[in-house]
Write a new protein. Structure first.
Length: 102
């Protein structure tokens, strides 16, 4: 069983589609990009599947985002200055500490 939930326009040729589906006997929520162009019309490889067992955690995480979190920040341009960019972190230094585990 497959049921489209909705879509969000990404640009003139792409939409983000949310659907509940059962692919390879794995039920879940699929969020994928759908492209309409002269060369190709259909889903791209870009996307994610939230397995049915993980959906309650996903829903809790999404519901924790507030309207205030999504308000656009006004960025004022700065005067050009000499700025040194920080060194990129090595892969082993990057962690998910501080993220809540749902």
């Amino acid at each position: 069983m497959e049921r489209d939930i909705g879509k969000i326009k990404k640009n003139d040729s792409s939409d983000i589609i949310l659907r509940v589906d059962n692919f390879a006997d794995k039920k879940g929520l699929t969020i994928r990009e759908f492209v309409t162009s002269d060369r190709y019309t259909g889903f791209t490889k870009a996307g994610v599947k939230i397995m049915a067992a993980d959906f309650p955690k996903f829903k809790e995480m999404i519901n924790s985002v507030t309207e205030e979190d999504m308000k656009a920040e006004v960025v004022t341009p700065k005067e050009p200055e000499q700025e040194t960019l920080p060194e990129p972190k090595k892969e082993e230094e990057v962690s998910s500490e501080g993220l809540p585990d749902y």
